[in-house]
Design a protein around this ligand. Structure first.
Ligand SMILES: Nc1ncnc2c1ncn2[C@@H]1O[C@H](COP(=O)(O)OP(=O)(O)O)[C@@H](O)[C@H]1O
Ligand SMILES: [Mg+2]
Length: 348
């Protein structure tokens, strides 16, 4: 059988660079039936191809041992241009698997490049990626579907110059505690919980370093769940929900990736109708945004048992503690089958 050449892209110029390295390390372990072409996008944005062993991507010195290689947007090339000195060699690519989280990877930009190149890529398309990466846009979609969400306000551009006015409207319309989020980050980067005006101001200031569009939403007291999504169009499947139990006040970056005390439960202990509602909302949102391939939708269940949508991630984590792969495994789809299905679903 002719093996498909799959360009696996990871790293990236986003604060989630390290998470991407960990995710890609895991995904690659389940790609035995494909020829892997690994390219790391360094923090500075250099594209580096590596020909050696791929045990732990993070331990490779990409700058030193990699060879510059870029994806050509030229549809005639349909491949990766490997640059050695003044010579260029084209490596044909059958599919791209972008395992990049956050800005410049999960937001439609890489997807747009693959589309220009005419090379099928794994996961959601340009529009879907862009809408799901922007939390404010996602909220509009969920609202139009009448899916419950935390009360929220969006502040952008000039509005953020008057923090006094911002804190005033938060106090009246949202109250404390509230969560402050840049509209376009992931992995909890730039997100803070504020319990009073002073904390709110500090949270706004730090969120503004990441975006000129900030969301402030009411703090939900309850539990946190994740639902795995696979498929497209009329064939959308869901798995889970699983539960995340952060070590700390909320699921911030440290609680997600650094603290040993955070826990995940692959099959959440929830009343069946609540679990079914989470799966239904997940499929509804994925369908509304024209999702393809994969996504993970995140929810809260508040103290009254109400399901509250939080966000949808089109390139969920694949690290060893990430629930996406585990939820499918619990549903009877092995990681190898899952990765294979995602690659076969690639499109542009
Ligand atoms: N409205 C909220 N109420 C309670 N906790 C929240 C709220 N919004 C976010 N959080 C906490 O912050 C974490 C990160 O927020 P989230 O919107 O999921 O951003 P990210 O895209 O960075 O994962 C969540 O996993 C949750 O623990
Ligand atoms: Mg999240």
């Amino acid at each position: 059988m002719n093996q498909k050449n799959v360009l696996v892209l990871f790293g990236g110029c986003s604060p989630e660079h390290d998470i991407s390295m960990a995710s890609a390390t895991k995904v690659i372990q389940h790609m035995d039936s494909y020829k892997i072409i690994p390219v790391c996008i360094t923090r500075e944005g250099k594209w580096m191809l590596y020909d050696g062993k791929l045990d732990n991507l993070k331990n490779i010195d990409w700058e030193k041992f990699g060879t510059p290689a870029v994806l050509s947007p030229d549809r005639v090339n349909r491949g990766l241009l490997r640059i050695v000195g003044d010579k260029v060699k084209i490596i044909p690519i059958d599919a791209v698997f972008p395992i990049l989280h956050g800005e410049n990877g999960e937001d439609g930009s890489i997807q747009g490049l693959c589309q220009l190149a005419g090379i099928p890529y794994v996961g959601c398309g340009v529009m879907t990626s862009a809408v799901c990466m922007d939390k404010a846009m996602t909220k509009l979609v969920a609202q139009s579907l009448r899916i419950p969400q935390a009360e929220y306000l969006i502040f952008k551009d000039g509005q953020l110059e008057d923090l006094e006015a911002v804190t005033k409207s938060v106090r009246y319309k949202i109250g404390y505690p509230c969560f402050v989020k840049p509209s376009n980050t992931g992995s909890s980067v730039g997100i803070a919980k504020a319990k009073n005006k002073k904390e709110l101001r500090a949270a706004l200031e730090s969120a503004m370093a990441f975006s000129n569009k900030i969301i402030v939403e009411r703090g939900i007291v309850g539990r946190e769940f994740e639902c795995a999504i696979l498929g497209a169009g009329d064939q959308i499947e869901t798995a889970g929900p699983g539960e995340v139990i952060p070590d700390g006040e909320f699921y911030d970056y440290d609680a997600k990736y650094l603290k040993a005390g955070s826990k995940t439960v692959v099959q959440a202990d929830l009343p069946e109708e609540t679990a079914a509602l989470i799966r239904q909302y997940s499929a509804d949102i994925f369908r509304a945004v024209d999702g393809r391939g994969l996504a993970r939708a995140d929810f809260f269940v508040d103290e009254g048992g109400r399901v509250v949508f939080n966000e949808i991630n089109t390139l969920p984590g694949f690290t060893s503690i990430s629930l996406y792969m585990m939820m499918w495994e619990a549903a009877g789809i092995s990681p190898t089958e899952l990765i294979g299905r995602l690659i076969e679903m690639a499109g542009y």
